[in-house]
Ligand binder design. Structure first.
Ligand SMILES: C[S@@+](CC[C@H](N)C(=O)[O-])C[C@H]1O[C@@H](n2cnc3c(N)ncnc32)[C@H](O)[C@@H]1O
Length: 171
């Protein structure tokens, strides 16, 4: 086998691997797009998070949507698939002085048990919302509040809406 041919095979495998990885990531959830400040404010107002309540942030990005309720005294767990964003979010939480109220874990949120959480926040993408609705129905306790940035979640009852955010209650 010539070196040129070997290089061609290796390059093809690398390109195929990268395409497969991108497809898998797309299937798992939304790409990184941070919530705008106004959206975070609307989501928090809708969620009505209380001190000591447990909040799950699904796909926590750089941490901004987890840090905001932590500043209000909630106990927030952010789950994020991208390790660089997990590292950034931890750094941002330290900077905001809320490291005692928020954790960031590198974990696929489809593998997170949602049952302990009173509030779930998400900034998803349309093709995963139906799956999320089924997961909430399976795992979350009745009364769990769910707040979504922009995209509707089929399944749970919608009980509030602003320009950028939607609030649901799991029945
Ligand atoms: C649209 S961004 C929202 C980031 C943050 N929640 C915010 O509102 O600023 C979605 C985030 O979810 C992460 N993500 C996508 N699929 C995921 C999965 N299956 N498990 C954990 N994180 C995921 C992405 O890496 C990205 O950071």
């Amino acid at each position: 086998m010539s070196l040129d041919y070997l290089a061609f095979v290796l390059l093809s495998l690398a390109v195929l691997g990268a395409c497969g990885w991108l497809l898998w990531m797309f299937w798992q959830g939304p790409p990184y797009v941070p919530s705008k400040d106004e959206a975070i404010k609307e989501m928090l107002d809708l969620a009505g998070v209380k001190k000591g309540e447990r909040v799950a942030e699904l796909g926590s990005g750089d941490g901004r949507l987890a840090i905001a309720p932590a500043k209000q005294g909630a106990l927030v767990d952010g789950f994020e698939i991208n390790p660089i964003l997990v590292w950034t979010a931890r750094k941002n939480a330290r900077k905001a002085g809320v490291s005692t109220h928020v954790t960031f874990t590198r974990k696929n949120f489809w593998r997170v048990d949602l049952s302990p959480y009173a509030v779930v926040t998400t900034f998803g993408i349309p093709h995963v919302m139906e799956r999320l609705g089924r997961k909430l129905k399976r795992e979350s306790k009745p009364g769990t509040r769910v707040v979504s940035n922009v995209f509707p979640i089929p399944g749970p009852k919608r009980i509030g809406k602003t320009k950028r955010a939607l609030r649901y209650r799991v029945n």
